[in-house]
Ligand binder design. Structure first.
Ligand code: GLN
Length: 189
């Protein structure tokens, strides 16, 4: 983990929570930088794509010229919530084109109004004890391709996957102070 440089996509959403969580997970052994332009992404070992509003983030990715830079990025991607929608190969509505970096099909706002937000103690592959997961208008993966390892599910579908260096979560690991998933991600870079 030593010396890793983690970029946090800082266009919209809960950016500061992600920056804080990665700073703590790195424990001073690396650096965390906000990413707002292709130049910011250069030299990063990883990119976190936070929760927020995926339609807005997608538009801002295009406006800031980051789409190409993210598509050719060779580091690991840590995508949460809206980030899950953005990195997917397929999404349930077609208001924007996802990045197609992780072979999953995603249903946006899959839990609907009644279960707008909820929390669950989630068993996650690779973690010894369940992870207390906070879901906020969360998406759900409804299909995972061959190269995708499913790390966690709820009765409705898939909520955590890994594809190579990338980890994709439909919940918010940056809230709540449990950094085990951040550490798992950093260890895989
Ligand atoms: N459902 C939102 C979207 O599709 C994501 C919600 C979140 O990131 N908390 O953008």
């Amino acid at each position: 983990m030593a010396g890793k440089k983690v970029g946090v996509l800082a266009l919209q959403g809960d950016v500061s929570e992600h920056i804080r969580a990665f700073e703590e997970a790195l424990g001073g052994a690396g650096a965390v930088v906000p990413v707002r332009s292709p130049a910011d992404l250069a030299g990063c070992d990883a990119l976190a794509i936070p929760g927020g509003e995926s339609t807005t983030i997608s538009r801002l990715i295009d406006e800031s010229g980051l789409r190409e830079a993210i598509l050719s990025f060779e580091g690991g991607i840590f995508a949460t919530c809206a980030g899950m929608v953005l990195v997917a190969t397929g999404i349930s509505d077609t208001r924007f084109a996802p990045l197609g970096l992780v072979d999953i099909a995603v249903d946006r706002n899959a839990f609907g109004r009644q279960r707008d937000s909820f929390e669950a103690d989630l068993p996650v592959k690779g973690l010894e004890a369940p992870f207390h997961a906070v879901f906020i208008r969360a998406p759900l993966a409804v299909r995972a391709g061959q190269g995708v390892e499913v790390l966690a599910t709820v009765p409705q579908g898939i909520v955590a996957v890994r594809q190579g260096k990338h980890i994709v979560l439909s919940f918010h690991p940056e809230l709540g102070g449990d950094l085990r998933l951040h550490r798992m991600f950093l260890a895989g870079l």
